[in-house]
Design a protein around this ligand. Structure first.
Ligand SMILES: [Fe+2]
Ligand SMILES: [Fe+2]
Length: 278
């Protein structure tokens, strides 16, 4: 198991069982004050063909990151268990953070010599899915997108030469890990009986399967030129999907079986992201 998955599991373990959306709003507010990364790095270590495919893939993800604005308005009229003013503020700040990712990815695409795009079928699939659904299912689609983002950006970062683009991707991965916790908590407090657990598991696995298949297909050329194994990518995606599912469905119990697993026993607190790259 690689360190990114371990870190995601560690995040879940560190999360308190108490709902404190004010803590999350504060987290996103602090993040908003970070300096914007300068990306002046043409990724010299890559061939022209590789740059071209990576730029196309990042342009598709840039569209997805930029397209999550509606939910920030819709949440104002939603009345649901656990949704308070702090949650609404945190969700709006989360959407702004995804907008920051879109700008960072846009700069990466430009530096790789690619062009931003206006439309793509996987992005339309995610967008249409979100618009057809109620707020809870929209948030579930966003949760799946976090798993996709963590796995995809990490696979890319692993294959890129050291430099500003890889560093920017690692910053985004670090943010997406927090987003995963944020959305997972929203669902964790909802799964309180067997019916809600079964419904969640069914929807979660169906959405995760559809997302994994569409991303692998759409980005297959990028994976090929970078030498990313499909089997490894699927294994990583499946593992994080199942870990997320288990943490959500067991949120209200205090079971911490992962802590006893030998692969979980790395020392101390979460390592710095720069360590993860090595
Ligand atoms: Fe993002
Ligand atoms: Fe995210």
């Amino acid at each position: 198991m690689d360190q990114t998955t371990l870190l995601a599991i560690h995040d879940f373990e560190c999360e308190s069982l108490q709902v404190d959306w004010g803590h999350w709003a504060g987290h996103f507010r602090r993040n908003a004050n970070r300096p914007f990364p300068e990306i002046r790095d043409p990724a010299f270590g890559l061939t022209r063909q590789t740059r071209c495919f990576v730029a196309r893939s990042l342009a598709i993800f840039q569209l997805g990151e930029a397209g999550e604005g509606r939910i920030a308005k819709e949440i104002d009229s939603v009345s649901l268990f656990g949704v308070d003013e702090n949650y609404r503020e945190a969700l709006k700040l989360f959407v702004r953070e995804e907008g920051r990712h879109a700008r960072i990815l846009g700069d990466c695409v430009t530096q790789l010599g690619g062009e931003l795009i206006q439309s793509n079928w996987t992005e339309r699939l995610f967008r249409t899915g979100r618009r057809l659904l109620g707020i809870r299912l929209k948030l579930l689609v966003l949760l799946v997108a976090e798993v996709v983002g963590i796995c995809f950006y990490r696979k890319l970062a692993d294959k890129l030469p050291p430099g500003a683009i890889r560093k920017a991707l690692m910053e985004i991965i670090s943010d997406e890990r927090k987003h995963l916790r944020f959305h997972a908590k929203f669902f964790g407090i909802r799964v309180r009986n067997e019916f809600s657990r079964l419904l969640f598991v069914f929807l979660w696995r169906a959405l995760a399967l559809a997302a994994c298949a569409s991303v692998l297909w759409d980005h297959r050329s990028t994976f090929q030129v970078l030498g990313v194994s499909f089997r490894e990518a699927i294994a990583k995606f499946s593992k994080l999907t199942l870990v997320t599912e288990r943490r959500i469905t067991q949120w209200n119990s205090q079971v911490s079986e992962f802590r006893e697993e030998p692969w979980f026993k790395y020392s101390g607190s979460a390592p710095d992201e720069t360590e993860v790259v090595q």
